[in-house]
Design a protein around this ligand. Structure first.
Ligand code: GLN
Length: 460
């Protein structure tokens, strides 16, 4: 089975399909380690029940028989939601996230929960407190992060599709590194209810798939206004123009590996040869995207993680100490190094004496990024470029946290601006890389159509 073919269109019975995936997981996941937990019994029982439903001639859901892997920061009732952290290692969700409820209503099957960087903080899936995940395309390399387990599960053919979350690139980066498709929808179109938040003004759940058809199918099910998430009130426009106008951003291309850049320009030439307009534009403020993102994100993250104090959720504090010592002892033991680093930064920049100079200024800069994108979209339908500036690195090769942060330079702006962005395989290179497309708010229809055009071009 090639990675970009989905089993969704075969005539296997659902039970046979789930068995096929379970065998593959059995054989290969000891090496790749995409999953935190696999649910063989649940998945098979569900496949049987769905088969019965089909035999009874009942109306079938829009995701009938789609086998899903779910990032382990999205709550599934009765299952552990660990966020790949010792803090939540034994935390069992008491309810389904809205997206889980919805995919199950549409007859999906959940095969397991996937590894991630702790609390979604990272770009290579080595910051999991449990184990690193390996890239199915090259086992010595990282799968990207933070939703690396979900991307690896799709790329290794352990499932049809997967869900991840993207706060600064965590769907698009692993999609690019694992040579598959990943989409971060417009902020406010997919409910975050039941997602353990990292930075609530940036987080968005989205799909991974082996092709664009499945990607869109999942999006259409998970995107709906949800009163349980009070900012989830936007509706996606699926209409599109057949000849989108493209723009590439100079500042994005300046930081990219030469081999990726060369291949990207080849593709641009092919687009132009088909009479598409592709102009180069300049958005100087995007150079500061990383600084702006890390300030906004750390401020929100440090506040979001306050609730993990060793009392209410997960890891239990030693109650024989005084309150301050038992809380700090629990947080000291149960949070990993990267999380502590970000909590410290976030707490520092939001202290009342520092707020004006750091946090408030980052919010102003964020507005400017939004404005610049809106200006670009007044002339163009799509802003495109590579997804990550480098190829997937070797496990253990990376690198200082600062170097790791730099690899997010091309993805964070979409979250800061709240716009949708999609990564698709670039193809034709020695290692996986992605092409990233951005569209205006709620213009996922245009985004998907442009992706179909580019997909066609990269295949020829
Ligand atoms: N790599 C980025 C970070 O570490 C993005 C994470 C994400 O999107 N969840 O913050």
């Amino acid at each position: 089975m090639s990675a970009n073919r989905s089993l969704t269109d075969t005539d296997l019975s659902l039970v046979e399909k789930v068995e096929y995936y379970l065998e593959k997981i059995d054989k290969n996941d000891a090496k790749i380690k995409a999953f935190i937990e696999v649910f063989p019994h649940d998945a098979l029982a569900r496949a049987k029940a769905l088969e019965q439903k089909r035999q009874q001639g009942k109306k079938l859901g829009k995701l009938f028989g789609y086998v899903f892997a779910i990032k382990n920061n999205i709550c599934i009732k009765g299952k552990r939601t660990t966020c790949s952290s010792k803090m939540l290692e034994n935390y069992i969700a008491t309810y389904d996230a809205s997206v889980i409820k919805r995919i199950l209503e549409e007859d999906a099957i959940i095969i397991g929960t996937t590894n991630m960087d702790e609390f979604a903080c990272g770009s290579d899936c080595t910051y999991s407190a449990f184990f690193p995940t390996r890239n199915p395309v090259d086992h010595e390399r990282v799968p990207g992060g933070s939703s690396g387990g979900s991307a690896a599960a799709v790329a290794a053919d352990f499932c049809d599709v997967a869900l991840g979350s993207d706060t600064g690139g965590s769907i698009r980066c692993p999609a690019a590194f694992c040579d598959i498709y990943g989409l971060k929808p417009t902020y406010g179109t997919v409910s975050r209810f039941g997602l353990v938040d990292m930075a609530m003004s940036l987080d968005q759940i989205g799909p991974f798939a082996k092709n664009l058809v499945d990607l869109e199918k999942v999006l259409r099910v998970i995107a709906f206004p949800d009163p349980k998430d009070n900012v989830c009130n936007r509706t996606i426009d699926y209409s599109h123009t057949s000849r989108p106008k493209f723009a590439m951003v100079k500042e994005f291309l300046e930081v990219v590996d030469e081999r990726i850049k060369r291949r990207f320009f080849d593709l641009i030439e092919k687009l132009k040869a088909r009479d598409f307009i592709v102009d180069e534009i300049s958005i100087p403020i995007l150079k500061y995207g990383i600084s702006i993102y890390y300030l906004c994100m750390c401020a929100e993250l440090s506040s979001a993680l306050q609730k993990f104090d060793g009392f209410k959720y997960g890891y239990k504090a030693d109650i024989n100490k005084d309150l301050i010592s038992s809380v700090s002892d629990a947080r000291g033991k149960a949070f990993g190094k990267e999380i502590k680093r970000r909590i410290l930064v976030g707490t520092y920049i939001t202290m009342s004496e520092n707020k004006e100079s750091w946090y408030k200024r980052s919010l102003i800069a964020r507005k400017l990024i939004q404005k610049e994108f809106m200006r670009a979209f007044s002339n163009y339908d799509i802003v495109l470029g590579p997804t990550v500036p480098v190829f997937p690195w070797r496990i253990g090769e990376i690198i200082s946290p600062i170097q790791m942060y730099q690899t997010d330079i091309l993805t964070v702006s979409a979250n800061l601006a709240g716009i949708p962005a999609l990564s698709l395989p670039m193809r034709g290179l020695e290692l996986p890389a992605g092409i990233q497309l951005h569209a205006n708010i709620c213009k996922e229809g245009v985004l998907l159509e442009a992706a179909r055009i580019i997909d066609e071009v990269t295949k020829n």
